[in-house]
Design a binder for this molecule. Structure first.
Ligand SMILES: O=C(O)c1ccccc1N[C@@H]1O[C@H](COP(=O)(O)O)[C@@H](O)[C@H]1O
Length: 205
């Protein structure tokens, strides 16, 4: 199964078009107001309308109010939810929508126990622990991933065209997710970097 590729934090129509043309499987919208990549529901709906069939829209939330998530789901055609904060399994599954749960990885963390606490998640996204919850461009030590990690794994945290090939070969994730590593400025995707990232993933598989 080829490694799936999500490009996160899109804010502009031209970035959606170039990311889709480059061959991404999914794009992410950040509904976390402190993020420089934050998009309103109205803007996300506009961007999501540009997606062709079989390219997914992912909605990213960090410790949001349930009512906020529901309101955005009513306005934006979101296929998958990504919870990147301190949410628990029961809270995440209340929306009857497939979701992935992010773990902010740091030394000493029991990732098997963390994954077991989210039985309803479609997969577990492993990101580096950074202040501000995510999108920080920091890589974590991939050797912290236990050999017995059996859940679909989405690898993220400081990936770019230069390191994602090695990441795919070493970790064998189901999917990779990137934000900072394919940007020219925060929230502005660089089409050449996106193409290079996707080529590196495909070349490693
Ligand atoms: O992208 C953001 O601004 C963001 C904000 C809050 C939580 C998560 C966020 N993005 C996610 O963070 C990881 C790592 O991103 P990066 O490649 O290191 O910049 C990724 O899963 C993004 O989806």
């Amino acid at each position: 199964m080829p490694t799936r590729i999500k490009i996160c934090g899109l804010t502009r129509e031209e970035d959606v078009d170039s990311t889709v043309s480059a061959g991404a499987d999914a794009i992410g919208f950040v509904f976390y107001p402190p993020s420089p990549r934050y998009v309103s529901a109205e803007q996300a709906a506009l961007l999501a309308r540009r997606l062709p069939p079989f390219v997914s829209a992912v909605g990213l939330f960090v410790n949001a109010e349930a009512a906020t998530v529901r309101q955005i789901l009513a306005q934006v055609p979101i296929h998958l939810l990504q919870f990147h904060g301190d949410e628990d399994d029961a809270w995440c599954r209340q929306f009857d929508r497939p979701f992935i749960k992010a773990a902010r990885v740091r030394p000493g963390m029991d990732l098997l126990q963390y994954a077991a606490a989210f039985p309803s998640a479609q997969g577990i996204l492993l990101d580096a622990f950074v202040e501000g919850y995510g999108g920080g461009g920091a890589v974590f030590d991939w050797s912290l991933i236990p050999a017995g990690f059996s859940r679909p794994l989405i690898l993220s945290g400081g990936l770019d065209a230069g390191n994602v090939g090695e990441a795919v070969r070493r970790v064998r994730p189901a999917a990779v997710d990137v934000s900072s590593g394919v940007e020219s400025a925060k929230g502005i995707k660089d089409a050449a970097k996106v193409r290079a990232f996707i080529a590196a993933v495909r070349g490693a598989a």
